[in-house]
Design a protein around this ligand. Structure first.
Ligand SMILES: O=P(O)(O)OC[C@H]1O[C@@H](O)[C@H](O)[C@@H](O)[C@@H]1O
Length: 255
């Protein structure tokens, strides 16, 4: 992975998040070989470097999801270290058929100690709890904190969500466009031990927070294109008794 603050997992889950549909877990996009576009369009953000990756349907995938599409992921890095992920999907069906899909970035942040981390911006929102058969609940706390397994999809979240790492005095500011929902996931000890690609202790220093569009799927007619963006900015933060240092809040608002 590109950055020390994002661990080795950064999935693009498209067509379906988790086991909410008929496809494989999180859909197929993250498990396919993408190709690099050698002459990509210029990014519409200020970036030092960028790469465009492209995924098209394979004959094999047509059997389970019979649609023609192009999925383009642009990964860009700004001069101050922001990671900008822009995904575009276009319906290229020649038979006039629309298609429908859901989408999620599944970014894993590297944190010092999960017990000391807070996610702010999700208070009072409804969420689907994957640990309780996806029932709809309402967030009661002023921040999401972690004391056991969490596996939720927050609905209609604001465009900015912050993940505050108290111990490292670092905040990840996540900004999103066209992606109303937010996935928050940490497997905790029991599930971590049961996962073949996850170290038994790794849950202590990771947190998955990702922008998504799950509750209201996207429908595209032939020729139409959808675009969803997630930007992650790591900023220094100070934190005391549940309140952010006002100077740091101002600094974050300027980003
Ligand atoms: O191990 P995976 O397939 O990347 O998924 C990680 C987790 O992703 C979450 O979004 C799912 O809700 C969890 O159920 C799942 O365990």
């Amino acid at each position: 992975m590109l950055f020390q603050y994002i661990s080795t997992q950064m999935s693009i889950t498209i067509m379906q998040l988790g086991n909410h549909g008929v496809l494989e877990q999180h859909g197929f996009a993250r498990n396919r070989l993408w190709s690099v576009d050698e002459s990509p369009p210029l990014p519409d953000t200020t970036s030092d470097c960028h790469i465009d990756l492209i995924l098209k349907q394979s004959e094999e995938d047509m059997k389970t999801w019979p649609h023609s599409y192009e999925l383009r992921l642009q990964v860009a890095l700004s001069p101050r270290g922001d990671l900008i992920l822009t995904s575009r999907i276009k319906n290229k069906n020649a038979d006039g058929k629309p298609f429908q899909f859901t989408f999620a970035y599944h970014t894993y942040f590297s944190v010092s100690d999960i017990s000391e981390v807070r996610v702010e911006g999700l208070d009072t929102l409804d969420y689907h709890d994957n640990l309780q058969s996806k029932i709809r609940c309402t967030e009661q706390g002023d921040a999401v904190v972690f004391e056991s397994e969490v596996d939720r999809i927050y609905l209609s979240a604001p465009p900015k969500i912050v993940t505050i790492d108290h111990e490292k005095k670092r905040t990840f500011v996540l900004r999103k466009k066209e992606l109303p929902d937010v996935v928050v996931w940490n497997p905790w000890d029991r599930k971590a031990k049961a996962m073949p690609d996850f170290g038994a202790e790794e849950y202590k220093c990771m947190l998955c927070v990702g922008a998504a569009r799950i509750e209201k799927p996207i429908t595209l007619r032939p020729g139409e294109e959808w675009q969803g963006r997630q930007e992650i900015s790591p900023v220094p933060s100070s934190y005391s008794s549940g309140l952010l240092d006002p100077e740091m809040i101002q600094q974050m608002q300027r980003i």
